[in-house]
Design a protein around this ligand. Structure first.
Ligand code: SF4
Length: 125
């Protein structure tokens, strides 16, 4: 799994949880501990996550929490990232129409790029 994909998947899991045990992440994400540790270090350095010591039975691990849950929401009051403003199909585009935001690849890719930007992952777009 690419580093960017791992980071995105990890943040998605953390956003929808109240903390995840670090030792469970290799199984959840299907990657080795070394790769996870590298991503966690980067996210911790950026202040996006925090790690707290955690004991589970005899096992000592860390619990990972996301710290910027609210900041990871895409700000739709600023839509400068959206392709819609310069789209030639905007007049024909609408919910339930053959051309719609629900199925638009351009909009999906722009949202994904904006999200990656929020979590600090550089894309080639
Ligand atoms: S959702 Fe897609 S097709 Fe519709 S206006 Fe935006 S970019 Fe164009």
């Amino acid at each position: 799994m690419l580093m960017e994909n791992l980071k995105e998947k990890l943040l998605s899991i953390l956003k929808n949880s109240n903390g995840v045990e670090q030792s469970s992440l290799p199984k959840i994400l299907g990657v080795d501990r070394k790769a996870i540790y590298k991503v966690l270090q980067e996210l911790e350095r950026e202040g996006i996550i925090r790690r707290e010591p955690f004991s589970s039975g005899n096992k000592k691990t860390y619990k990972i929490f996301i710290t910027k849950k609210e900041e990871l929401k895409i700000d739709i009051s600023d839509i400068s990232w959206s392709p819609c403003a310069i789209c030639p199909d905007i007049e024909r585009c609408g919910r339930g129409q053959p051309i719609s935001p629900e199925t638009c690849i351009k909009l999906t890719n722009a949202l994904k790029a904006e999200y990656m930007n929020l979590i600090g992952v550089k894309t080639n777009d």
